[in-house]
Write a protein that binds this ligand. Structure first.
Ligand SMILES: [Zn+2]
Ligand SMILES: [Zn+2]
Length: 238
């Protein structure tokens, strides 16, 4: 009934999903550019050759998280889908992406022994304006699917990491100055992090990894031992 009143839209073509009840048009799945091996051992980005262990980015700036897992290469189609989630309020797309992530990486996520999914927070004013945090909705969709598919209980924790400052692109700053600003934009509640040793950081897009790195460093400082990163899209690298 709900589906008849509010038919679900496809995250790829943005049309009404047929047959009803699906999360994506069957014909649209093949239009997505899924991440394929070989991938960077750290961030999970596609690399050109199996002998290449780490992408250019991870070689230049080693990361503090254990490894990253992503579903899609961040091409034009993925970019359009991500933009509609955020700016056209198409959070329903996250049901598909969350489920796809849980199906593809459920086993690895389970084996990681992680205790919680931690969404990368957005600033409260931005969350208010948008009505939701896409990373949080994604984490909830992943959590639901892991429960349904594997019986795995992985709670979404939004009390551990918070955003205290908005970050605007500051072109005049150096990369290290920008990174310092980024670190200062987040805060970890030591109280909430107490007892957490292994966590999965969740976000919609991974490009250079600076956000994931900033959040990871703060979590490690608060006593977390291993951080894993899970995203829908990842920028293609060499
Ligand atoms: Zn479609
Ligand atoms: Zn990498």
């Amino acid at each position: 009934m709900f589906d008849l009143l509010f038919p679900r839209r496809c995250p790829v073509c943005h049309g009404i999903v047929v047959p009803r009840g699906g999360l994506i048009c069957p014909g649209c799945i093949s239009k997505l550019s899924f991440v394929k091996s070989p991938t960077c051992k750290t961030c999970g980005k596609e690399v050109l050759h199996p002998r290449i262990e780490y992408c250019f980015d991870c070689t230049k700036r080693p990361k503090s998280f254990r490894f990253g897992l992503a579903l899609l290469n961040y091409d034009e189609r993925a970019r359009a889908s991500m933009a509609r989630i955020k700016y056209k309020n198409k959070r329903e797309y996250l049901d598909f992406y969350g489920r796809a992530l849980a199906l593809k990486y459920g086993e690895r996520l389970e084996r990681s022994g992680a205790q919680a999914l931690i969404p990368v927070p957005v600033h409260p004013s931005r969350r208010r304006a948008r009505g939701f945090n896409q990373a949080e909705e994604l984490a909830k969709a992943v959590s639901r699917s892991l429960k349904e598919e594997r019986g795995l209980e992985l709670p979404v924790r939004t009390d551990v990491l918070c955003r205290v400052k908005k970050t605007a692109p500051q072109k005049e700053l150096t990369a290290s100055e920008r990174f310092k600003n980024l670190i200062q934009a987040f805060e970890v509640s030591e109280e909430a992090a107490d007892g957490l040793t292994d966590v999965i950081l969740v976000d919609d897009i991974y490009t250079t990894g600076s956000t994931a790195e900033a959040c990871t460093r703060l979590l490690l400082k608060a006593g977390v031992k291993n951080v894993y990163v899970l995203t829908i899209c990842i920028g293609q690298g060499q």
